[in-house]
Design a protein around this ligand. Structure first.
Ligand SMILES: Nc1ncnc2c1ncn2[C@@H]1O[C@H](COP(=O)(O)OP(=O)(O)OP(=O)(O)O)[C@@H](O)[C@H]1O
Length: 306
């Protein structure tokens, strides 16, 4: 598999803290690559180093085979970076913004092709400020594509969008992949990482703590399941934590969730405990492990394979 981005011990320090701490990884041609991590993990710093907007203190980063320290301008012609929709001039019309952005590039694409691709034909004469959040985000994405980029960088593409607009955004990202582009996306939404990404890098405190397909990351947790039931106020937290297989407990006023790596044993002992203590296990639910669990397990307990 061809690497279009290669990072070798890339580091960026602010004061005594490393925002990006010696990260080494490859991003492959044609994949949707997710960078996920808690607030302040270093995602934006990392993605902006790759885009050439920030300079690393040490390490080597190459994009499309070019060292970003030496070829930043050439790289910029071949990548697309999603702007926050707030940085698009509000008082301009959609078509004027497109023309302005096209003028920044040596070889802009046919603007009609981009507008058709993103369904923006009817919005050409509308002012940016009159568009909804979802349409503004569509315009931002269209601007990202104006130089026909080989790699598209999307920093939090569905932040602030309602569920419908978010789904549409996901569809558009998938169509970019179908066109053969490589997509690098940072996200807070684990569902987004699980649905969209071919591979995910999990970053915490500047370090790469895991990198794999969502499926493999989930299986790393060893098939943990969550057993949920109603919190009737009768169960004893300590007794629950001693049940076979239980690795963690989520305790809420309305419900309790046991994380278990041996669901059969946990369930058996749970019913036994309830009987002994004379309470009922009601509204029982069973959930499979998701990227959300991977995220909380790995960032809270410092686990990882990277
Ligand atoms: N220009 C800067 N000057 C000083 N510290 C910075 C600067 N940019 C980032 N940092 C620090 O580096 C760390 C990583 O920040 P970064 O914005 O890259 O994280 P992030 O994962 O993108 O966070 P979020 O999800 O909240 O956007 C944080 O501790 C942040 O405070």
């Amino acid at each position: 598999m061809k690497a279009v981005i290669q990072l070798d011990k890339v580091r960026k320090q602010y004061g005594s803290r490393a925002a990006v701490d010696d990260i080494t990884m490859d991003i492959h041609e044609g994949e949707i690559f997710g960078i996920v991590g808690p607030n302040g993990a270093g995602k934006t710093t990392l993605i902006e180093i790759i885009e050439g907007l920030r300079t690393a203190d040490s390490g080597v980063a190459t994009v499309l085979g070019m060292d970003i320290r030496k070829h930043a301008e050439e790289i910029k012609q071949r990548i697309g970076v999603l702007l926050q929709s707030s940085s698009i001039p509000e008082k301009a019309k959609v078509k004027e913004v497109f023309q302005l952005f096209a003028s920044f590039y040596k070889k802009p694409v046919d603007l009609q092709k981009v507008t058709r691709f993103l369904g923006l034909e009817d919005k050409q004469n509308e002012y940016i400020k009159s568009l909804s959040g979802g349409w503004k985000q569509r315009v931002s994405l269209a601007l990202t594509l104006i130089n026909d980029p080989a790699i598209v960088f999307l920093d939090e593409p569905s932040m602030g969008l309602d569920p419908n607009a978010r789904n549409e955004m996901w569809q558009m990202i998938l169509s970019l992949k179908q066109e053969g582009r490589t997509i690098v996306v940072t996200t807070h939404y684990m569902e987004e990482a699980e649905t969209l990404c071919d591979r995910v890098a999990l970053i915490d405190k500047g370090r790469l703590i895991a990198l794999d397909t969502p499926k493999k990351l989930i299986s790393l947790l060893g098939g943990t399941r969550r057993i949920g039931f109603k919190n009737t106020g009768h169960a004893d937290q300590e007794a629950l934590s001693k049940l076979s297989g239980v690795t963690q407990i989520e305790w809420k006023p309305d419900w309790i969730k046991l994380h278990s790596n041996d669901k059969d044993q946990t369930l058996k002992q749970l019913f036994h405990l309830a009987e002994q203590e004379n309470w009922l296990v009601s509204e029982l639910t069973l959930e499979n492990t998701s990227m959300n669990d991977v995220f909380s397990e790995m960032t809270m307990h410092g686990k990882g394979n990277g």
